[in-house]
Design a protein around this ligand. Sequence first.
Ligand code: GLA
Length: 406
Amino acid sequence: MALWLWIFSLVIGSLTLENGLFRTPPMGWLAWERFRCNIDCKNDPTNCISSEELFLDMADRLVADGWRELGYVYVNIDDCWMAARRDEQGRVTPDTARFPGGIKALADYMHSRGLKLGIYSDLGDKTCAGYPGTPLNKVELDALTFSEWGIDMVKLDGCHSTAREQYDGYSRMSRALMATGRPIAFSCSWPAYRGGLPPKVDYDLLGSICNMWRNFDDITDSWNSVLKIIDWYSIHQEVLQPIAGPGHWNDPDMLVIGNFGLSLEQARTQMALWAILAAPLLMSNDLRTISMEEREILQNRLIIQINQDRLGIQGRRVLKEQSKIEVFVRPLEWSSYAIVFFNRRVGRPFLYNCTLSRLNIRKAKLYQATDVYAGHLIRGLSTNTVFTIAIDPSGVVMWHLTPYYY
Ligand code: GLA
């Protein structure tokens, strides 16, 4: 785009985010949780953040192992990709030892394979890991640089910036990305730096400038961390549930399935609840070594269909039983629902009794459910039918419930 046109559109650009992106939650892979800021490619070549060894490998796996066809198309670089200093023109540049081909070549590689490339910056002088960030006076230049490289998504973190700078900077980056003319999705970490809740966070404004936002703490590879996140989103669902929808999503952070901290039951729970929450499905794991069982969880077509439901309504926790069973419901297209029965007990599988009417599901006379993980069908559920299910400790039973008209 000509420079004058770009400056003109910056000036007249409105505050509404009309980029048409993320009508359903994005899916793909993100480096951070699994690979962190490991830049020691000399001693740890397979686990370091190097374009050749990591991002290209992940792209190849996404294509070869069926991920791309299921919708996992983003390959997202996180912190630590930059050179220690900006160049003479003030432009941010990659560390050339680790990204010898440059970021544009990486984006071209992704695009030629039907994938997309995401990148990371941070509003402030430095990123969270201490690399060059995007201070206010570099917002437009960085947006332009990213668009020239062919970037498809930008995550803008919030370390090293004040509340005032964040207030200005996130809107400004949103406008600058729009003004490049390239469709670039915008992931904002802003709420996570302001406690995640109103009045410190203005979710109306967020919805008009960002496609998704981190509201809460970083996920780590542990069951405690997953539980903490599930609880925070449940406790604050009155605030958080209504603000999500097509084009703008709450982000409870990455899927850590396939790493070291979750049992298979716990992995099924994370996947089920991220689908209920209409959350971005950005895996942070090693697709070169992931087990078949974990792959099956992440590639479950029905869960992906639920996550990607076009109504884009975030689900809620509707029951919190004394027995430590929690039930989550998400309304879906065609008068269907996703239901997750989550067992927080320890010990042995728990037999849980419930009815659809207790979950406020009463519209149709009869329903049938597909057990999303086990695959079998449960027929003849009227709203008052008492059903009994066995739920494993720290695990879930997930249903896809549809009205039955015959
Ligand atoms: C913050 C973010 C993380 C990750 C790191 C990188 O902690 O919340 O997701 O991007 O910074 O330094």
